[in-house]
Design a protein around this ligand. Structure first.
Ligand SMILES: NC(=O)c1ccc[n+]([C@@H]2O[C@H](COP(=O)([O-])OP(=O)(O)OC[C@H]3O[C@@H](n4cnc5c(N)ncnc54)[C@H](O)[C@@H]3O)[C@@H](O)[C@H]2O)c1
Ligand SMILES: O=P(O)(O)OC[C@H](O)CO
Length: 318
């Protein structure tokens, strides 16, 4: 399959590396002037992976799109709308594979909904689930999930992209998989905060209570609440809540320690988007609210944690 990957950061570069590794014809596009692109062009490596000579690297969006049967996109979620608007003039209806985890701030739209809003009806898949580049390039396998708004696309991609390095499952709940994947980053920030506060032992409670509030939201949005226990959310906790590689977990830890953190932590802006959805669907999201109170509201994390504990008492499952 001829695939163009749009976005040459940590994950986009990996997607290009992986698809080439399993025999697809790959072009990687990045913005002209992008440091990642320049570095990859000059050295064909990015500090974590090394590119095979067959991978084309370009800053010509029109050429990258013209070449492709499928477009895989992996950039900051909040910039997807802007990239799709640039893509509009070149797009010839090729299916999109969104390799990203977020919900649009301001609108509360899932990324597949953003794609439909900008490009009109388009076959769109999401590729989500656990995995860090550092592990994959060492040959450590993982399981992921591909879901789509079109059954044929979902099947074609799972079958074309599966290998002994990534075992893909057919996703069957686009709402649940998109919301679950985005929300795991917020749980990851909360986990990092616990690490930073010396409260790592509370992570068990976090990974039990976090999915319950996200499950209620998914159900209210028309998805299947069981999706929260699939690869896109619970299945991603080892790679996020417990991993030394997770940018979201590391952001949360650095934040409560008052240290700077420069990498992309998608959960920061997804937190706000989830609260928008919580209001829209009248679902209380206490853990998301707590993360937002600390990260956006500047509140003391210990005080916010104590408030979480002192809420009215509840049945465990409701
Ligand atoms: N296991 C997984 O599924 C997995 C793993 C890592 C990251 N991700 C997801 O991949 C996405 C990207 O994360 P990352 O770690 O690669 O981030 P990153 O910061 O390393 O890379 C983002 C890239 O997007 C580019 N970019 C930003 N706005 C753009 C625009 N408007 N047009 C073109 N390029 C633009 C940046 O220049 C950068 O190269 C996130 O949504 C993240 O959650 C998924
Ligand atoms: O490093 P993070 O927190 O962006 O997580 C990366 C992947 O989503 C883990 O599967």
């Amino acid at each position: 399959m001829r695939v163009s990957v749009l976005g040459c950061g940590r994950w986009g570069s990996f997607i290009a590396w992986y698809l080439n590794h399993i025999g697809h014809e790959v072009t990687l596009w990045g913005r002209e002037g992008s440091k990642n692109l320049e570095h990859l062009r000059a050295s064909r490596e990015n500090g974590i992976l090394t590119f095979d000579s067959k991978i084309e690297i370009t800053s010509d969006l029109a050429a990258a799109v013209a070449h492709a049967e499928v477009l895989a996109i992996s950039i900051n979620s909040q910039n997807l709308r802007e990239l799709l608007a640039r893509l509009r003039g070149h797009h010839r209806g090729q299916p999109l594979v969104l390799c990203m985890k977020g919900i649009e701030e301001g609108t509360g739209l899932r990324l597949s909904e953003v794609a439909a809003e900008v490009l009109g009806p388009v076959e769109t898949a999401v590729w989500v689930g656990p995995g860090h580049v550092q592990n994959f390039v060492k040959g450590v396998p993982n399981c992921m999930v591909i879901d789509a708004n079109d059954d044929g696309l979902r099947r074609r991609l799972v079958e074309a992209f599966s290998s002994d390095l990534i075992r893909f499952y057919y996703g069957a709940d686009l709402i649940g998989n998109e919301v679950g994947a985005a929300a795991k980053n917020v749980i990851g920030i909360a986990a990092g905060m616990l690490d930073g506060l010396g409260l790592t032992s509370l992570k068990g409670a976090l990974i039990s209570r976090g999915p319950r509030e996200i499950a209620r939201l998914i159900r209210a949005m028309g998805g299947d609440e069981l999706s929260v226990y699939g690869l896109s959310h619970l299945g991603d906790f080892e790679a996020t809540v417990f991993s030394a590689y997770s940018h979201n977990r590391r952001f949360g830890e650095a934040f409560v320690r008052g240290e700077p953190y420069d990498e992309l932590a998608e959960g920061v802006r997804t937190t706000r988007a989830l609260l928008t959805l919580g209001e829209r669907y009248e679902i209380d999201l206490p853990i998301c609210r707590a993360v937002s109170a600390v990260v956006h509201g500047g509140r003391d994390p210990r005080e916010i944690l104590s408030k979480l504990f002192m809420r009215s008492l509840k049945e465990e499952f409701y």
